[in-house]
Design a protein around this ligand. Structure first.
Ligand code: AGP
Length: 605
């Protein structure tokens, strides 16, 4: 995703912008650029490729400036090259803009402006913004902003410099995240509050339909009718160690090893009288009692967390649960209402499809429980109730602790709901709670010796196609395990319900086809074992993931995990799969923290 950074203060703007853009690199990008205000001239420097090229160019220009904006571009319209890199300017060079989002009606706007003699020099949708600002500008910048941004359809987080006001950065926001950070006589903007956490003490996210003026000593907020409004700044809960790899080679490995502590802290924060109690939804008892069905809606790994959560909520709360991919849910017209709460799961809180699903659910009278890691964020701000997953900042694009804390939060929610609806006895609730509290140590046990997984990764790194099969909780984990391998090692893989394979896909199994058979679920172990035999008889090279002592290791290749009650197995079973994907990607020399084509937060459709 594109990244925006802005600085207005007393220090060297170039250094702060470059550092901020480096903190945004994890989002994925293909070009970058900055605009620096110096006296009443705006200096623009852009470069294709890595940030280092931009830094090189800037060094040779030695621009002194204390105010500027910067951008990393993840191409949506127009090739990833220097001409299409941001910032973009109006042809009179009066306005300079960086933008994150998609201007859906840019073709018609561009055609109208070209008829009026405006010349464009890029293929981007973004370039219509500075040109339109210039067209509407007759001396009043805010007036030009209002006329411009109310005419744009789609999504934008935009930062603007105007040659006629060398003291202010202007911003506008609709459906694409933008945070404003406040420091001591210096102020910041960023697509991601983590990118400015080392400079700003507190921050606030703009809401849709808002403008802001960012000066050195004052920040003002307006709605799109230019009515001034107050906004509450929140302390930025990100620590500097969140932003460093420490002793680890990659952020992903660091975040894998943070999982025991993150799960422990999440659980401890919600245990009262030996029971899970989610105070965030304490007032929800009546609605929960009336709930006839629950929807879980998310994308990617968050969707896979939902698959695990469904099993627990249905089992413990006896409510039907439908798990849906947000980009499908939002365009279906689902029959949601006040009796069908919707759970939106999102690590970043800024995934465009999940935001749209949230708004659709609200528009149909349903209430939304957001299970979110980044606060503040759009999904956290717009959910009726929020359960923070407290994973801390997650830098690696491939989520690990973000996913695991989502699964844990869903189990906690299931226990809370079961307690309200009395669908579990107190004794069962105590049993499940105790089981959960033992999980962190069991994760640590798996992490304490990864040699077997590392050795296996060497054997399989040259393979091209993997299958991950499993039933029930094992299939939920197989789905996430397959995505992890694909997104960081670029090896094709697919996850399949073990019982479904024989309905066609088994035709693909041949000699030495690698199949990960996740069979830790005790209740269904024998069923999955027969599916393992099916693929072995067709020549597959099977590696089982089972609980200790569950499978005959003389007969089957198996990685074992500590014992755990079936329903919570995803919290353990995914760990060796995360590590396997990591080691394979490392063997292949892949860019593990920033895989090609991927972005940490997909803020466009
Ligand atoms: C997971 O490794 C991916 N980075 C991706 O699937 C991610 O889970 C998905 O884009 C949802 O992101 P969110 O949790 O921030 O909404």
């Amino acid at each position: 995703m594109c990244g925006i950074i802005g600085y207005n203060g007393m220090s060297n703007a170039e250094n702060i912008l470059i550092k901020g853009l480096k903190n945004l690199e994890y989002r994925g990008y293909d070009s970058s650029g900055v605009a620096l205000m110096n006296e009443d001239k705006i200096h623009i420097v852009k470069s294709e490729g890595r940030l280092a090229f931009l830094e090189q160019k800037l060094k040779s220009k030695n621009i002194l400036s204390d105010m500027g904006i910067g951008h990393t571009r993840w191409a949506t319209h127009g090739k990833p090259n220097e001409a299409n890199a941001h910032p973009h300017t109006s042809q009179d060079r009066k306005f300079t803009v960086v933008h994150n989002g998609i201007i859906e009606n840019f073709p018609i706007i561009r055609k109208e402006l070209e008829k009026k003699g405006y010349k464009f020099c890029s293929e981007t949708d973004t370039e219509v913004i500075p040109q339109l600002l210039s067209y509407h500008y007759h001396g009043d910048i805010k007036d030009a902003m209002q006329k411009t941004f109310v005419s744009l359809e789609g999504s934008f987080a935009a930062a603007i410099l105007c040659k006629d006001d060398k003291d202010t950065i202007y911003v506008a926001k609709k459906a694409s995240p933008l945070a404003v950070g406040r420091g001591n006589r210096e102020n910041f903007i960023s697509s991601d509050v983590g990118a400015i956490a080392e400079y700003a003490e507190e921050a606030v996210f703009l809401d849709d339909g808002e403008f802001a003026e960012i000066r050195k000593d004052r920040i003002s907020f307006f709605d799109f009718n230019l009515k001034e409004k107050e906004k509450e700044f929140l302390k930025i809960a990100i620590t500097p160690e969140d932003l460093t790899k420490g002793k680890y080679e990659h952020f992903m490995l660091k975040e894998i090893y943070e999982q025991p502590e993150k799960i422990k802290n999440l659980l401890k924060s919600k245990i009262k009288n030996n029971k899970i109690f989610l105070d965030e939804i304490a007032e929800l008892s009546l609605e929960i009692m009336k709930a006839e069905k629950i929807y879980i809606v998310a994308c990617g790994s968050a969707y896979h967390a939902g698959l695990a959560g469904k099993i627990a909520i249905e089992e413990m709360c006896r409510i039907p649960v439908e798990v849906d991919i947000a980009s499908e849910f939002r365009y279906r017209n689902p029959p949601v209402n006040e009796k069908t709460p919707v759970i939106i799961i999102s690590q970043s809180g800024e995934t465009a499809d999940s935001i749209a699903a949230l708004r659709l659910a609200n528009s149909k009278g349903s209430f939304v429980i957001g299970i979110v890691n980044v606060l503040p964020s759009t999904i956290a701000n717009e959910s009726d109730y929020v359960i923070p997953t407290k994973a801390g900042r997650e830098i690696a694009v491939a989520t690990t602790k973000g996913y695991l804390t989502q699964v844990c939060a869903l189990y906690m929610l299931a226990l809370h709901i079961a307690d309200i609806r009395k669908t579990l006895t107190d004794e069962s609730i105590r049993f499940y709670t105790e089981e959960l509290l033992q999980i962190p140590d069991k994760i640590s046990e798996i992490l304490s010796d990864t040699s077997e997984i590392k050795t296996l990764s060497q054997k399989y790194s040259c393979k091209n196609d993997f299958f991950f099969i499993g039933r029930n909780t094992d299939f939920a984990v197989a789905s996430e395990a397959s995505l992890k391998l694909k997104e960081i090692s670029y090896i094709n893989s697919s996850a399949y319900p073990a019982g479904e394979l024989k309905h066609g896909t088994i035709a693909l199994i041949e000699k030495d086809t690698p199949v990960f058979a996740l069979c830790a679920n005790e209740r269904l172990f024998k069923k999955t074992l027969s599916n393992i035999e099916e693929v072995i008889s067709r020549g597959a090279d099977v590696l089982c993931i089972s609980q200790k002592g569950q499978i005959d290791k003389e007969k089957y290749n198996a990685l074992e995990i500590p014992h755990c009650t079936d329903i919570f197995l995803p919290l353990l079973e995914i760990i060796p799969m995360q590590l396997f994907a990591y080691f394979v990607a490392e063997n292949k020399g892949c860019n593990i923290d920033m895989p090609k084509n991927l972005a940490k937060s997909v803020t466009v459709e």
